[in-house]
Design a protein around this ligand. Structure first.
Ligand SMILES: Cc1cc2nc3c(=O)[nH]c(=O)nc-3n(C[C@H](O)[C@H](O)[C@H](O)COP(=O)(O)OP(=O)(O)OC[C@H]3O[C@@H](n4cnc5c(N)ncnc54)[C@H](O)[C@@H]3O)c2cc1C
Length: 390
């Protein structure tokens, strides 16, 4: 049996490994971290609460095929994500994305319906016909008060940029609701959390007699030589020794606090901070279904402090998007180098330098591995033949 090397035991690597193993390939999965599941890794900590170690992971999708594939390995606990934005001057949280409830709270209004909200926003918006940047786009849509409260400090903290430095397109997709729907993903047809957590889910995907997993094992340029092919989810610039320069990422430092079980900041598991402090958001894991595993007096609450990847041990979380598109252009040059590698395909978030949600990585991986198998005359099984092209 010929063997394939898969670098990375996150969703991208695990999906590739499973599909290959089911087609009869022997698969060696390596990961330099001491655990599987990549950035979706979760564990039960000393307070008895399940914590997502690399930030909150909420599964949401409208892709039935991804859900069908995952349901082979897990059941889902129903969960609809909601986010509160803590506004100090109100002393409480209001819904995000901005909706009618948010606007009424911030302005002390009693707008009764969508038409009233639209009239109100039209009155507070600035007359800017052709917004030149993100600040102008927001001013033209929602005025200065909502922009400065919900977008300006958060953007500065998250990206280290002023709204004036960002392209209008970056904020053009941020939803604004005229009703009181406070669900974060109202249009997704599937939302939920894997019943036993993400680590268990990925462990089950990797649990196949043809798959061997080696943890705490970093990729080495000599490794692929012993294999028929390599699917690689490591950062593509790192593979090429940063020959063209590093691809920039934002990262997050996580600060954990043990709080009494009765502690609450709002009613939502995620609270965003609108102030000028260092934190962008807080996760109260105990408010996610299935996340309190043991009784106890305390629970962990995690705060996020954004920073550059080089300020955080090269933990790469979010590809940086600048208005001149420089990072994407640099990635395109790495991709050209990669196309000259006949036995390696780059996969996943850092391999393809795209911020991808879990469902997108799973879908991308099913497509990629299925195309690879088809080229070798190995059609995918019927249950996996329909990943969407998203
Ligand atoms: C803070 C944060 C919050 C997120 N929230 C959500 C969410 O709510 N919903 C959602 O759908 N998605 C979310 N995501 C996205 C989600 O994490 C990704 O879609 C998913 O983890 C991508 O899987 P992957 O396998 O491509 O990458 P990863 O999970 O990063 O896995 C790649 C693996 O490769 C390993 N690796 C890297 N280099 C090497 C090397 N040289 N040698 C060996 N191993 C190596 C890494 O250690 C890692 O384990 C979030 C991401 C972040 C960062």
């Amino acid at each position: 049996m010929t063997a394939i090397l898969v670098v990375g035991a996150g969703f991208a690597g695990a999906v590739h490994a499973r599909e290959l193993a089911e087609r009869g390939w022997r698969v060696e999965v390596i990961d330099r971290r001491p655990h599987i599941a990549g950035n979706a890794f979760d564990m039960v900590d000393s307070t008895g609460v399940r914590r997502h170690v690399y930030g909150p992971h909420l599964f949401h999708t409208s892709n039935d095929r991804v859900v069908d594939w995952l349901r082979r390995f897990t059941d889902f606990l129903p969960y609809e994500h909601r986010v509160g934005a803590y506004v100090a001057e109100l002393g409480r949280c209001v819904p995000l994305p901005v909706n009618r409830t948010t606007i009424n709270a911030v302005f002390g209004e009693t707008l009764a319906d969508a038409a009233a909200v639209q009239d109100f926003l039209a009155r507070i918006a600035l007359p800017i016909a052709a917004p030149a940047n993100a600040a102008e786009y927001l001013h033209a849509r929602i005025g200065t008060r909502l922009t400065d409260l919900f977008f300006r400090p958060y953007t500065r903290k998250m990206w280290g940029l002023e709204l004036e430095q960002m392209a209008a397109a970056v904020v053009a997709r941020i939803p604004l609701r005229f009703d009181t729907d406070d669900r974060y993903f109202p249009t997704e047809t599937h939302q939920g959390l894997p019943k036993g957590g993400y680590t268990e889910l990925i462990g089950r995907i990797l649990d196949h007699p043809n798959i061997r997993v080696s943890l705490a094992t970093a990729f080495d340029q000599a490794m692929p030589k012993g294999f028929a092919f390599c699917f690689n989810s490591m950062p593509i610039d790192e593979y090429f020794g940063f020959a063209l320069g590093p691809l920039p990422y934002r990262s997050l430092r996580f600060h954990h606090r043990a709080e009494p079980r009765g502690y609450r900041l709002g009613t939502t598991a995620q609270v965003n901070f609108t102030d000028d402090g260092i934190y962008t958001r807080q996760s109260d894991w105990s408010l996610l279904p299935g996340h309190v595993l043991a009784a106890g007096p305390l629970k962990t609450v995690t705060l996020e402090e954004p920073c550059a990847d080089h300020e955080n041990g090269m933990e790469r979380y979010y590809p940086v998007k600048t208005s001149d598109g420089a990072p994407e252009k640099l990635y395109a040059r790495y991709r050209t180098l990669a196309q000259a590698e006949p036995k390696i395909q780059f996969i996943g978030r850092c391999g393809t330098y795209r911020y991808l949600d879990m469902d997108q990585v799973i879908n991308q991986s099913l497509q990629s591995v299925r195309a690879w198998l088809a080229e070798r005359g190995q059609a995918a099984s019927a249950r996996n033949t329909h990943a969407d092209d998203r």
